[in-house]
Write a protein that binds this ligand. Structure first.
Ligand code: AP5
Ligand code: MG
Ligand code: ZN
Length: 212
């Protein structure tokens, strides 16, 4: 199964991608996670992405597209993948089409997880992430333990720099201008599947499974 997950920042793409990856037995590929891992290791890629991420802007396409191409060429993607956070503008969607064509495959579906701005802001501002394993928590919906240590790996739980309110506003603006057109793009291709992302995470998962 070859899937793209679309939707505004904080809607639950990562949350659903982790579950779908387990369920379908295909890798979860998140460009945001790849940039954050690179930054944690202080590689050139990570350091070059930092200023864009911290201000809520898109990392330039010449960096991002090559990164995704390399990842999709990895043999573990031969049975499928779940892309989360890519494509994020129409140029990336066109590039993805070319990459998949060169690999002799195509997308099965683009799943659009939809929710209103109030809900996504609440989800983002309450989010906490584990430094060690990337597990995601939420201060209200899925609170981390009080000692601030991840129950899965013992890692430190922190708040993403770009989850500050002013950066969140910029991310939503960028989403509207550049990423929303990608939803229309896949509608035009005929593979768009829309689910209501305002439900709880189990219900959103069930809705996605039933659609694909
Ligand atoms: P990225 O990491 O992709 O961030 P994003 O798209 O803004 O999305 P988020 O990760 O914030 O949200 P999510 O939808 O994954 O929500 P989550 O599951 O965590 O990108 C970050 C930056 O990297 C970009 O700004 C850009 O600079 C750069 N970048 C990345 N990809 C790029 C690209 N292709 N091109 C250029 N630049 C790129 O859920 C959020 C919270 O809500 C969590 O706390 C979770 O527990 C909770 N939650 C989830 N679902 C539910 C539910 N149903 N009910 C209640 N709570 C829920
Ligand atoms: Mg995410
Ligand atoms: Zn952890």
């Amino acid at each position: 199964m070859r899937l793209v997950l679309l939707g505004p920042p904080g809607v639950g793409k990562g949350t659903q991608a982790v579950r779908l990856s387990k369920r379908l037995g295909v890798p979860h590929i998140s460009t945001g996670d790849m940039f954050r891992e690179a930054l944690a290791k202080k590689t050139a890629l990570g350091l070059s992405a930092k200023e864009y991420m911290d201000s809520g802007k898109l990392v330039p396409n010449e960096t991002t597209i090559g990164l995704v191409r390399d990842r999709l060429e990895n043999p573990d993607c031969s049975r499928g993948f779940i892309l989360d956070g890519f494509p994020r503008d129409v140029a990336q969607a066109e590039a993805l089409k070319k990459i998949l064509k060169s690999l002799g495959v195509s997308l099965d579906a683009a799943v659009y997880i939809d929710a209103g701005p109030d809900i996504v802001v609440k989800r983002i501002t309450g989010r906490r992430v584990c430094e060690g394993c990337g597990a995601t928590y939420h201060m209200t919906f899925n609170p981390p333990p009080e000692d601030g240590k991840c129950p899965k790996c013992g890692g430190r739980i922190y708040q993403r720099v770009d989850d500050r309110e002013d950066t969140v506003r910029e991310r939503l603006k960028v989403y509207k201008a550049l990423t929303e057109p990608v939803v229309d793009y896949y509608e035009g291709v005929g593979i768009l599947r829309t689910v209501n992302g305002e439900e709880d995470a189990n219900e959103v998962l069930a809705a996605i499974i039933s659609m694909i």
